[in-house]
Design a protein around this ligand. Structure first.
Ligand SMILES: *[C@@H]1O[C@H](CO)[C@@H](O)[C@H](O)[C@H]1NC(C)=O
Ligand SMILES: *[C@@H]1O[C@H](CO)[C@@H](O)[C@H](O)[C@H]1NC(C)=O
Ligand SMILES: *[C@@H]1O[C@H](CO)[C@@H](O)[C@H](O)[C@H]1NC(C)=O
Length: 504
C-alpha cells in the first residue's frame, strides 16, 4: 500500500520524466556544488540524471550516474598559486590566468574519451545543464545531443550570464562584478565601469574566437559560436535581490540564488558539544575551497592567531594541514567543517570568510554577520555589497594583522547592529513565492515540457550591437536633420542674396 502510494506520488511529481545531462567542465568546487545540488534534486523527483564532472559522488545516489572527467582537477591544482596573485591586482589582473584555466578545462572536456563514449552510445537527453564560466565551446554539446542547454551562472547575474541571453545591464547603474562599486556610482566610478565593460566585451570576443578554434580542432563542420547561442534555453542565475542590487531580468534568466542551501543538520557529536558548550559563542573562519588558509603568508597566520587568542569566543578554523604553530587553546583546526550546519548553529556569532558567493549566501540564509577578507574575483564585490547591507565588515588581506583584526572582531562581536541587519536581510532572501530550489526545478521542467522554450527568448540577443543601441537609426536621423538644416540654410542665404540684389 505504502509503495503504491509512493509510486503514485512520484508519478504525480514527474509527469514527464526526462533524461538530463549535467556537464561540469570546471574544477571549481563552488560551481560544482550548485550543479550537483540541482541534479540530485531532479533525480529525487524521478528524472534520470547523468553528471559528467571532475568530482564523481563518493556514495551512489539513485537515478544519478557519474561520468568522471579525469585530468581536470589535476590541471587546476597545478595552477593554485594564481589565486594569491589575483589578490594583489586590480579587476583585470589574473583574468588571463582564469581564461587560460577555462580554455584548458574546456579542451580536456572536448577531447575526453568518456565524452566521446557518451556521444557514441547514442543516449538521448531532453536537456543539458552546464556550468557557465567562459566556456562557449561547451555549447556545442547542445547541437551534438540535439538538446536545449541551461547554463547555471554560479556568480549570479553578471556579464557572463547577461551576455548569453541578452539581458540588459546598463553600466550606468549596474557595476561590473569585478569592481567594488555601489549601484549609486560617482561620475568617476561610472567612467571606470564603462571602460571595464568595454574591456570585458573585447576580451569576451577574443575568447570566443579561441573557443571557435578549439571546436574546429576537435570536430568537423561546427556552427559558429553565435549560432551555438541558440542552444541556450534559459540561464539559472545564482543571484537574488537580497544580495544583488535590483536589476532587469529578461524572461529567460531566472534568479535562483540560495537554492543550494539546505536546512542545517545536527553536527557530528564532538562538534555539536563543542558549539553547544561555547559560553561566549563561536567564530567560524574559512577561506573557502580554492584559496586555502595554508596558502596565507606565515606571518599573517601568526598575527591572526594572536588576535584570536584575545577573544573569549571559541574559534573554528578550516585549516588544510595537521599542524598549526602557536595555536591558542580557544582555536580548533580541521581540514574540513560542515559549514552550513555550523552557520546554522544558534551559538555561531561570526563568519570570517573570503566572501565567495556561496559562503556569502549561506551566511545570509542563516542571518550570520560576516567579516570579509576578499581574496580575488567577485569576492571583491560580494563583501562591499554585504558591507552596504550593514551586516559585514571588510578587511584587506594586505592590512591584516593582530591590531586590525582585533579591532574588527571587537566591533562586529560587540555592536549588535551587525547581527540585527543580518537577520533583516536574511528575511528578504526567504520572502519569495516559491523556494529557490522549487523555482529552479520548475524552470528546468518548463524547458523540457516546451522543447527548449523558444517563446522565452528576446530578440535583443540576436540583433547586431549597433541595431540594439539604435545607433543606425540615430545616425540616419542625424544625417537627415543635418541635410535638411544644410539645405534650409542654403535656401535662406539664396533668398537673402536675391532680396539684396533687388534692393540694389
Ligand atoms: C539513464 O541514463 C543513462 C546514462 O547515464 C542511460 O544509460 C540510461 O539508459 C538512462 N535510463 C533511461 C530509463 O533512459
Ligand atoms: C529512479 O530510481 C528508482 C529507484 O532507484 C527506480 O525505480 C526508477 O526506475 C528510476 N527512474 C528512472 C527514470 O530511471
Ligand atoms: C586527445 O586525447 C587523446 C588521448 O585520449 C590524445 O592521444 C590526443 O592527442 C588528444 N588530441 C589532441 C588534438 O590533443
Amino acid at each position: 500500500m505504502m509503495s503504491k502510494l509512493f509510486l503514485f506520488v512520484v508519478f504525480i511529481n514527474c509527469g514527464h520524466c526526462a533524461n538530463i545531462l549535467g556537464l561540469y567542465f570546471h574544477a571549481g568546487k563552488s560551481h560544482h556544488i550548485l550543479g550537483e545540488m540541482l541534479l540530485k534534486e531532479l533525480a529525487t523527483r524521478g528524472h534520470n540524471v547523468t553528471m559528467a564532472s571532475p568530482f564523481p559522488l563518493k556514495e551512489p545516489f539513485p537515478n544519478y550516474t557519474d561520468i568522471h572527467l579525469t585530468g581536470i582537477l589535476e590541471d587546476q591544482l597545478a595552477r593554485e598559486s594564481m589565486f594569491m596573485k589575483m589578490n594583489k591586482g586590480h579587476a583585470l589582473v589574473g583574468v588571463n590566468d582564469v581564461l587560460e584555466l577555462t580554455r584548458a578545462q574546456t579542451e580536456l572536456t572536448l577531447n575526453h574519451t568518456e565524452m566521446g563514449k557518451l556521444l557514441k552510445s547514442g543516449t538521448k537527453f531532453d536537456v543539458i545543464i552546464i556550468d557557465w564560466f567562459m566556456n562557449g565551446a561547451i555549447l556545442l554539446y547542445g547541437t551534438l545531443f540535439n538538446a536545449p542547454i541551461i547554463p547555471i551562472a554560479s556568480h549570479g547575474t553578471t556579464h557572463l550570464a547577461n551576455s548569453i541571453v541578452g539581458n540588459p545591464s546598463p553600466p550606468s547603474y549596474i557595476p561590473n562584478t569585478m569592481l567594488p562599486f555601489p549601484s549609486n556610482m560617482t561620475f568617476f566610478q561610472r567612467m571606470v565601469n564603462g571602460l571595464v565593460t568595454i574591456a570585458y566585451n573585447v576580451m569576451g570576443h577574443s575568447n570566443a574566437q579561441y573557443h571557435q578554434a578549439l571546436l574546429e580542432k576537435y570536430f568537423k563542420n561546427v556552427p559558429s559560436l553565435d549560432e551555438l547561442k541558440n542552444n541556450v534555453a534559459l540561464v539559472l542565475s545564482n543571484g537574488h535581490y537580497s544580495f544583488e542590487s535590483a536589476r532587469p531580468f529578461v524572461p529567460n534568466i531566472i534568479p535562483v540564488g540560495g537554492f543550494h542551501v539546505q536546512k542545517a543538520q545536527k553536527l557530528p557529536q564532538d562538534l555539536q558539544e563543542y558549539m553547544d558548550e561555547a559560553k561566549h559563542g563561536v567564530v567560524y573562519f574559512s577561506l573557502g575551497s580554492n584559496m586555502k588558509s595554508v596558502l596565507l603568508p606565515k606571518e599573517k597566520q601568526q598575527e591572526i592567531l594572536k588576535a584570536f587568542a584575545k577573544i573569549p569566543h571559541k574559534v573554528l578554523w578550516k585549516w588544510e594541514d595537521d599542524k598549526l604553530e602557536n595555536k591558542p587553546d580557544n582555536v580548533m583546526i580541521r581540514k574540513w567543517f560542515p559549514q552550513n550546519d555550523i552557520l546554522g548553529h544558534p551559538n555561531l556569532k561570526l563568519f570570517i570568510t573570503h566572501g565567495g558567493l556561496l559562503s556569502t549566501i549561506e551566511a545570509l540564509h542563516h542571518g550570520v554577520p560576516v567579516l570579509g577578507i576578499p581574496i580575488f574575483g567577485d569576492q571583491k564585490a560580494n563583501i562591499p555589497n554585504a558591507v552596504s547591507s550593514g551586516y559585514a565588515i571588510q578587511l584587506e588581506l594586505a592590512d591584516l594583522d593582530e591590531t586590525t583584526l582585533g579591532k574588527a572582531l571587537d566591533e562586529i562581536l560587540n555592536n549588535g547592529k551587525y547581527h540585527e541587519n543580518a537577520k533583516k536581510r536574511s528575511q528578504l532572501l526567504h520572502d519569495r513565492p516559491m523556494s529557490p530550489m522549487d523555482t529552479a526545478v520548475f524552470w528546468v521542467e518548463h524547458v523540457i515540457r516546451h522543447k527548449g522554450a523558444p517563446h522565452l527568448r528576446n530578440l535583443g540577443n540576436y540583433l547586431p550591437w549597433y541595431q540594439y543601441l539604435m545607433l543606425d537609426v540615430a545616425l540616419f536621423l542625424v544625417t537627415i536633420v543635418t541635410i535638411v538644416g544644410f539645405v534650409f540654410t542654403k535656401i535662406c542665404c539664396f533668398i537673402c542674396r536675391k532680396k539684396k540684389e533687388k534692393k540694389e
